[in-house]
Write a protein that binds this ligand. Sequence first.
Ligand code: ADE
Length: 264
Amino acid sequence: MHFHILTLFPEMVLGGLNTSITGRAMEKGLISVDAINIRDYSQDKHRHVDDYPYGGGAGMVMQPGPVCDAYEALAARTGKRPRVIYLTPQGRVLNQKIAEDLAKEEDLVLLCGHYEGIDERALELIVTDYLSIGDYVLTGGELPAMVLIDCVSRLVPGVLNNESSAEFESFHDNLLEYPQYTRPENFRGLTVPPVLLSGHHQKIDAWRRERSIERTLRRRPDLLEDAVLAPKEQAYLEALREAIAREETARPEDGPDAGKTDLQ
Ligand code: ADE
């Protein structure tokens, strides 16, 4: 999979992605990341790429020419016109499903804006998708582009060591991941749940599923609307919901036992 980043700060994105798992995926040739400096396509002798907004107002706007020319040069070089994702807080909020859809592409272009944004005409001409990484505002699209590349790359076959690990983690079946433990068995008086030491794989799987359901109910109940649950698991969820509701009526919200249920 090939990522092409249109940016004013190529060293920022390359520096971040060259390390760790994405760096290794690049070395193995499973992904490639090239950062195209929009400034190289400036039509001005001082290499300016921004100007004042028509109609007045604060800040500067990135001009359409360098952005479109950078994309057209890429298209000419590769002989393809890949999807162009503009990273903006005005976009659809990225989630695992969108990442899975993007991972099917062979090439993706990520367009990073700065200042007060990019001239609307460039966006109209080249952008196919508007994506946000959350409802907060950053100074530019570089960090969001890196987040997106990290999230999509790990879905490319071979990028994660263990093929199954992308499948069974948080958001599999729309449930959060169960708690994990490693050595030591006793850490500052806190012990590992005995079932995990039992060697009984069916019981371990059942325990993990229940912890996933419980954790999702407590931390991200909104995800449960689309969760895939077996009838027995649905019954467990209902019992847990009732236990939590009973507790909430029995004691004030911030009491010492807040967050505990009689099912624990
Ligand atoms: N650019 C600035 N803020 C952003 C955000 N939250 N998501 C994507 N791109 C952005």
